[in-house]
Design a protein around this ligand. Structure first.
Ligand code: 8YV
Length: 311
């Protein structure tokens, strides 16, 4: 019987590679109890993709589970304490996606600042031809950017923005060695100092609503929020209020609460760039993520060291 269970929607290539490992497939953790008890008992490794909770209740349905190999750098859907308590190892897919996520963050920031969505619509709808030039917007290069969370992805974003001659400020748990960037121990002080607030925190309960109403309002009426982390890291209701009331200039968001059924208030806002959580969504990067996930499964089943352990 199969010792590997694949949870989630995989690309054809990933599916084929997992099939070669004789994996059993289910769509989400909700489908676990649809498996026969014998099938569940045989599972030693799970290749996990998705954002539905993988907690104690799900783990207890797999009594011989030893590994959850997450497809993604963020593993906030997995209860790490519950996994550790059961002797279950967890791995993720760090680094291979940094470039794509950082590229998207910068692209969204420029898209929002230069009103590229509205300007494109101006041309497509014939208004350029009929009414003339699109209105002037705002210069992005040389602005002041604040990165919330200077981990691997945050740093790659900051490096890119520095190449746009931006002054870089950041918040992190501790001051880092950086090339002349300004550290803020307090996110409100960071928000006050910058025009662009780019959120690159890890998800999970520790960072819930870290970008609070106070932080959002400290950003001020020229402020633009960019989020490529998780919807949970921002007080989303407070951000929506601020966007509707013009307390901040705009937002560019790849992540939301309750994806993909996001708050309908977003759809009515002209000052928001919306992306469908596609930060790592390129053929190249998703292939690398799938490979790293499977390499962790292979290492575990062979009793070797895991490549990218979390716990
Ligand atoms: C998802 C992500 O893993 O890596 C992460 O943390 O958010 C994404 O790359 C991807 O959407 C697959 O679920």
């Amino acid at each position: 019987m199969a010792d590997t269970l694949a949870i989630g929607n995989y690309s054809d290539e990933d599916q084929k590679a997992l099939q070669e490992k004789s994996a059993v497939f289910i769509g989400s953790t909700d489908d676990l109890d649809g498996l026969e008890p014998g099938q569940r008992e045989a599972i030693r490794a799970v290749a996990f993709k998705g954002h539905k909770p993988f907690g104690p209740a799900q783990m207890d349905l797999l009594p011989n589970l030893g590994l959850i190999a997450n497809y993604g750098v963020g593993y906030d859907a997995i209860d790490i304490d519950a996994a550790s308590a059961r002797g279950v190892k967890v791995t993720n897919t760090p680094d291979v996606l940094n470039d794509d996520v950082a590229d998207l963050a910068v692209a969204m920031l420029i898209m929002q600042g230069r009103e590229m969505r509205q300007a494109s619509e101006w041309a497509r709808s014939g208004q350029w031809k009929d009414k003339g030039e699109y209105r002037l917007n705002r210069k992005v290069s040389g602005g002041v950017a604040g990165i919330v969370g200077l981990g691997r992805i945050g740093r790659d974003i900051a490096d890119r923005l520095a190449a746009f001659k931006m002054e870089i400020h950041y918040f992190a748990r501790s001051e880092k060695e950086t090339p002349g960037w300004t550290y803020h121990a307090d996110p409100v002080s960071l928000a006050k100092a910058v025009d662009y607030l780019v959120v690159a925190l890890v998800g999970g309960p520790d960072t819930e609503k870290f970008v609070s109403k106070e932080v959002i309002e400290a950003l001020g009426p020229r402020g633009i929020i960019v989020n490529i982390s998780r919807g949970t890291t921002i007080d989303e209701a407070a951000m929506l209020d601020a966007l509707e009331q013009g307390k901040i200039a705009g937002a560019a968001l790849d992540v939301f609460l309750n994806e993909p059924d996001i708050d309908a208030r977003f759809y009515d806002l002209d000052n928001v760039v919306i992306q469908p959580h596609q930060g790592s969504g390129t053929v190249e990067t998703r292939a690398a993520m799938g490979q790293l996930q499977r390499d962790n499964v292979t290492a575990f089943l062979a009793g070797k060291d895991l490549l990218t352990p979390v716990n």
